[in-house]
Design a protein around this ligand. Structure first.
Ligand code: MGD
Ligand code: MGD
Ligand code: MO
Length: 765
């Protein structure tokens, strides 16, 4: 019966409304939208109480994104979308055992992601037995016994896989990886594999660290800030404040994106209304509507201009880098017509902007998924490294690299050991700290974990947060793999599709969220997180937990570990009784965490070491920063094909759909839409709302999804955009970026076909 559970998001049949897209981000609509979501989910008193704690030194870290907090904070240190993320967790609705008794898994699987999330917080551990139609309550102890017995009966520890999403605290993530590695496997895939993996893989060999090299204050000293493949108005709204401040101090902002995303055109800080300041700031000086995948050609164009216009930091190039001459020689060989065709940008614009870059005394490059989820995600980031190294834009005020992280603690999780391919020196230090011998062979990343499931090689699949089935590529293929697993376990706060597309047996373990009080054996606890700029700080919730049956993530790990290991040098239950004990263990097992318990109690936390930023030193094998050489990716597709990117709307947090609107892009009422160039539509005689089906093509295979509506939009020709996760069934599992193995969610070759009308009347607005 469970075999026909739908793995995809059912089409939302509500009628699509199309308005002109917005040019300005934030402002009054943002204030009303935060309030609306707060009031709807939490009521007035709880909204005020909760929102006043967000990102305060004594409050909790916003689960919205990983953008850092300023040292001097206002009472309202959150944005519209952070407020939505908080309201979503602090909702007063509940998913109880009675709810699961009423609805079969099959029934729930037919609901949309929006509906599932709206049902509220999970309250009890629940078990789905083999061949049964309903989840039933289970005790925590019985749940741990079931997992332990399954793990015990495995032929090899590598038949278990442990996924992590990026909201998990440092303490929980550290204990979790210690448990998994003690078990004898490095199968630790995480959301990073689908997110900024390409950034890490691009930066480690070139500058010796897989993280950004700027402080928030660097934005106040930059001449030029590039924002590449990123939509901060929606996904990192507080970044707009930093850009506005930089702009007011004279920085030039260059926005490189196939779409003209709202926040970068005009920005109005919502808090300015309270100061009766009604002016808006134009943020970007240049919008470069690069065609999808064209950034490598664009960067090569900038490098050529840079080389011709001077602005080279000769002593830095000479003393601290390698490979400059061959990189320049290689880049000069690309002709302008080739660079123009591949980037979709004229030589004039490349020269104009390249000249601005060449003159800059301090440049920051920011980027996100528009680059990392491309087939050439790693090498295009290394082209940015080439560009910035030429001018010595690293390790000095106002300059450096800023990969803008997504999940609020995704960077911290990696720092403390959530890494399927951790290097030997990291494992060695971990072994010394834990006094346990750990496996050395690399484990599965996300894509390889799915492949292993499909081959029947996985008996136990444990998810520390996230929504694996909806976040991963190739939904139907992943669902097929998931159903071959013996036991799947989800540690979650909210109901999602991963609770409905499961292994033979499935467990839901409900946990505390960021907003909630966390009381353990030795009293009230706080956790710590690391933001996008390497600052580790505290986070403490203040709300009563959504149910008495909720447990903290560190407690869940320590209890499971106690059931798994009869003998262990670690006293697991004691560790989670007081998180200071976990932090002491982390101090011994990780680099950069000296006096952890003391330093993290500083008001603004502490900074992790970052050699390129702190001392312009590079932990590469040669001790120097490296210029690298890359061919141009092939961005040309057959005449009848389009290239599709899958992006976020303004009303979602990854797979969590808050509502069916995308305010800035002027779209509401339906998420199964295809943004398309008006000329491409005209060529096929299509108008707004024209019904379509999409077929993706990869290595001779096709994947098909029906029930989409065309929307004319400012997007380069032959490029189209759809929303994640609806379009994930079209992303081929094997289509991944070279080296990082990240699914190419921003580069999917597709054909489009007319469908019979889904709606009455196809009239245009
Ligand atoms: N409110 C909210 N906040 C979030 C999230 C959320 O879902 N909702 N998600 C969080 C997470 S985990 C992450 S990783 C971040 C994601 O933050 P973003 O990376 O901003 O998210 P996407 O919507 O994937 O947008 C990618 C951008 O890349 C552009 N793009 C696509 N292809 C190309 C290309 O070839 N070249 C260039 N130059 N640009 C391209 C798209 O037009 C789009 O503007 O946000 C985090 N914050
Ligand atoms: N096509 C396409 N696919 C993509 C992307 C894309 O741009 N396009 N983006 C990729 C990116 S960048 C990312 S990061 C991944 C995201 O992948 P995931 O991190 O796996 O997905 P989320 O949607 O963020 O996970 C949401 C779920 O997390 C649970 N949750 C929320 N808070 C907590 C908590 O505090 N603790 C625990 N234990 N659980 C919690 C809730 O149950 C919620 O339903 O998706 C990737 N997939
Ligand atoms: Mo992400």
């Amino acid at each position: 019966m469970r075999d026909d559970v739908r793995a995809n998001t059912p089409p939302d049949q509500r009628s699509l409304k199309i308005k002109k897209r917005k040019k300005m981000a934030a402002g009054i609509p943002a204030v009303t939208s935060s309030l609306k979501h707060g009031l709807r989910n939490m009521g007035l008193k709880r909204s005020v109480k909760t929102l006043m704690m967000v990102n305060q030194q004594s409050g909790f870290d916003c689960p919205g994104c990983a953008w850092p907090d300023p040292e001097h904070r206002t009472t309202f240190e959150f944005c519209e979308n952070g407020a939505k993320a908080v309201a979503d967790e602090a909702t007063t609705s509940r998913v109880t055992p009675a709810f699961f008794a009423k609805h079969s898994v099959q029934e729930l699987a037919e609901q949309s992601d929006y509906w599932l999330n709206k049902q509220g917080r999970l309250t009890h551990p629940m078990l789905l037995e083999k061949d049964s139609s309903h989840y039933t309550p289970v005790s925590w102890d019985a749940a741990f016994q079931l997992i332990a017995s399954k793990i015990d009966s495995m032929e090899h520890p590598d038949r278990s896989v442990f996924y992590t999403s990026g909201r998990t605290s440092n303490e929980a993530a550290f204990l979790y990886q210690a448990m998994v590695r003690s078990l004898g496997t490095n199968n630790l895939p995480d959301c990073s594999n689908m997110c900024h993996e390409s950034s890490g893989m691009g930066l480690i060999p070139t500058i010796g660290i897989g993280k950004g090299t700027v402080h928030l204050d660097d934005f106040n000293h930059a001449d030029v800030i590039m924002v590449i493949g990123q939509n901060p108005g929606t996904n990192h709204p507080r970044m707009l404040t930093a850009l506005r401040d930089a702009k007011q101090k004279g920085a030039t902002i260059i926005h490189i994106n196939p779409l003209p995303e709202a926040g970068l055109e005009r920005f109005k800080h919502p808090q300015d209304y309270m100061k009766l300041n009604f002016e808006t700031t134009q943020l970007s000086d240049f919008h470069i509507p690069v065609r999808m995948g064209g950034d490598a050609a664009l960067m090569k164009g900038f490098i050529k201009v840079h080389a011709e216009h001077g602005g080279l930091d000769h002593s830095f190039i000479q003393n601290d880098t390698e490979g400059f001459d061959s990189m320049i020689e290689h880049t000069q060989a690309f002709s302008w017509p080739v660079l123009e065709t591949d980037s979709g940008i004229s030589k004039e614009l490349m020269v104009e902007v390249g000249t601005v870059l060449a003159k800059s005394k301090a440049t920051i490059a920011c980027w996100a998924m528009g680059l990392t989820q491309q087939p050439n995600g790693v090498s295009v980031i290394q082209e940015i490294v080439n560009l910035l190294l030429m001018g010595g834009h690293i390790g000095r005020p106002g300059a450096g690299f800023c990969p803008v992280r997504g999940h609020s603690n995704v960077q911290g999780d990696r720092t403390v050991g959530i890494w399927e391919a951790a290097p030997p020196d990291f494992i060695k230090k971990m072994e010394d700290g834990l006094k346990i011998s750990l496996p050395k062979e690399h484990g599965y990343d996300v894509v390889n974990a799915i492949r292993a499931m499909r081959k029947g090689d996985v008996d136990v699949f444990f998810c520390m947060g996230g929504n694996f089935i909806s976040a991963t590529p190739d939904t139907l293929a992943t669902a097929e793999g998931m159903r071959k697993v013996g036991l799947t376990i989800q540690v979650s706060t909210k109901l999602n599709r991963s609770h409905l597309v499961t292994g033979e047996q499935a467990l839901i373990l409900p946990c505390l969220g960021r907003t909630e009080l966390d009381i353990q054996a030795e009293g009230l606890q706080f956790v710590t997180v690391e933001n996008s700029m390497g600052i580790v700080h505290q986070s403490r919730g203040g709300l009563q937990p959504a149910s008495e049956e909720l447990r903290s993530e560190p407690w869940i790990v320590s209890q499971l570990a106690s059931h798994l290991f009869t003998e262990s040098p670690l006293n697991w239950p004691e560790l989670s009784g007081n998180y200071d004990h976990i932090r002491d263990l982390m101090e011994r097992s990780l680099v950069g965490f000296d006096n952890y318990n003391q330093r993290v109690r500083n008001e603004n936390g502490f900074l992790l070491p970052n050699p390129p930023r702190d001392s312009r030193s590079f932990s590469t094998p040669t001790g120097k920063a490296h210029f690298t050489i890359h061919p141009l990716p092939n961005v040309t597709v057959a005449d009848d094909r389009y290239v599709m990117m899958t992006i976020r709307s303004h009303d979602q947090y990854n797979t969590t759909i808050y509502d069916v609107h995308d305010r800035y892009r002027g779209i509401s009422g339906n998420r199964r839409i295809v943004l398309m160039n008006a000329l491409d539509m005209a060529e096929r005689g299509w108008k707004n709302r024209h019904p379509l089906s999409i077929t993706s093509h990869f290595e001779g295979e096709t994947r098909h999804a029906a029930g989409w509506l065309a929307v004319a939009y400012e997007i380069p020709r032959k490029n189209i955009a759809t929303y994640f996760p609806e379009a994930n069934s079209l992303v081929p599992l094997n289509s991944t970026a070279a080296i990082s193995n990240t699914p190419t969610s921003k580069w999917i070759e597709v054909t489009l076909d007319s469908e019979k009308s889904l709606l009455k009347g196809d009239e245009e607005e």
